[in-house]
Design a binder for this molecule. Structure first.
Ligand code: G3I
Length: 349
């Protein structure tokens, strides 16, 4: 028995139309995020977005800290011949400075990004460890005095929480030692920035959170100058109530700075992806409200910043995965959604 293509296509079109109807919510008016919160409110930004006449004023009105979405990573900075380029991150840094915003560096060492120039070092004059140190000194050193913090190591814990990830960095310099070196080199480059270990799924996979926390303790014991933990907080709208609160309490128990570093709340990644859209939107608001309440309930000295991984739905990386997703606080036109009011409503003084 095969599904009639017209029914399937029609169903898909109907779903998209119904998404738009369900998302078309009554207008919401909110104070700027940055003035509603008693801590810095961040967003990721791409250099090419700095020319967007509707986004730039929205960021300037709402935000007090920016994270380059990809241009401070090796994939942008390291060219094929092993030289470095900084035009885009420098423009983002200049934008932050011109708008009185903090700059957050993301990310120095990531298993997911290993440029060919590093892979081709085998047998070269320069030792791998020297090239590794040179890279970190060059990048973290360049933004010393402006970057308030760095994700020094990103996503070091295995997907299921069972140990640490393997990478060229760990193979060449040691499973733990490559991370200790990264933090030490970052501190040598920038004596002032808060240095973070950053990861995801720390809310919905408790085993991963436990492994992450043990890694932080191992790094501290090994002499890594780690000053903060970043929880990316890429969540789904059907996350069970209480998970975020538990996670932030656990992470804060390490006594370091805490950064909600990349929050978005996917509708379409929710388990019941065909579930009623308005229920998913309500779930999204609930998750945002709990994150705001849990983070703002942390000791003020530990609240580094709360960063959203985009402001308008259409800017989200998740749209590339599923155009029907709407994971952020503002709609495509830059209007605040119910989720924005919920996030502000969750804030505690
Ligand atoms: O914009 C350029 C385009 O001009 C160019 O022609 C094209 C050539 O490949 O690249 C485009 O840049 C892409 C960029 O996103 C902007 O769309 C990069 O290729 C692409 O790699 C980059 O993906 C980013 C990804 O990290 C990898 O760096 C996503 O935007 C970004 O949202 C995502 O963010 C990650 C965090 O760093 C870590 N946590 C998970 C999170 C989501 O995956």
């Amino acid at each position: 028995m095969t599904l009639d293509r017209r029914i399937v296509l029609g169903g898909g079109l109907a779903l998209a139309a119904c998404d738009r109807r369900a998302d078309a919510q009554t207008p919401v008016s909110i104070p700027p995020l940055r003035s509603a919160a008693a801590f810095p409110v961040g967003v990721c930004v791409q250099e090419e977005q700095l020319g967007d006449p509707s986004l730039v004023p929205l960021i300037a009105a709402q935000i007090s800290q920016v994270t380059p979405e990809w241009e401070m990573k090796m994939e942008y900075i390291v060219k094929d011949d092993g030289s470095f380029r900084f035009e885009a991150p420098d423009r983002i840094a200049a934008f932050a400075r011109a708008n009185g915003m903090r700059l957050f560096g993301h990310t120095l060492i990531w298993y997911a990004q290993v440029p060919g120039a590093f892979e081709r070092l085998e047998g070269k004059r320069i030792k791998f460890g020297d090239a590794y140190r040179n890279y970190i000194l060059a990048v973290a050193g360049r933004y010393h005095g402006q970057a308030v913090g760095w994700d020094v190591v990103n996503e070091a814990v295995a997907e299921d929480g069972n140990g640490w990830r393997d990478s060229l960095w760990s193979q060449k310099l040691g499973k733990l030692q490559h991370m200790v070196l990264a933090f030490q080199h970052a501190r040598e480059a920038d004596p002032d920035a808060v240095l973070f270990l950053n990861d995801y799924n720390l809310e919905n996979i408790p085993r991963k959170r436990a492994t992450f926390m043990k890694l932080v303790e191992a790094l501290l014991k090994a002499g890594a100058p780690i000053g903060g933990v970043g929880t990316q907080t890429h969540l789904a709208a059907d996350l069970a109530p209480g998970e975020i609160t538990k996670a932030l309490k656990d992470l804060a128990s390490l006594g370091l700075m805490v950064h909600v570093s990349e929050m978005d709340v996917s509708l379409t990644r929710s388990r019941g992806v065909l579930k009623d859209r308005s229920k998913l939107l309500a779930g999204q608001s609930r998750v945002y409200a709990e994150a705001a309440e849990a983070f703002s309930s942390l000791p003020a000295a530990q609240r580094f910043a709360f960063t959203h991984w985009g402001l308008r739905d259409k800017d989200s990386w998740l749209k590339r995965e599923n155009p029907a997703d709407a994971p952020l606080l503002f709609d495509d036109a830059g209007r605040p959604k119910a989720a924005a009011a919920a996030w502000i409503g969750g804030l505690r003084a």
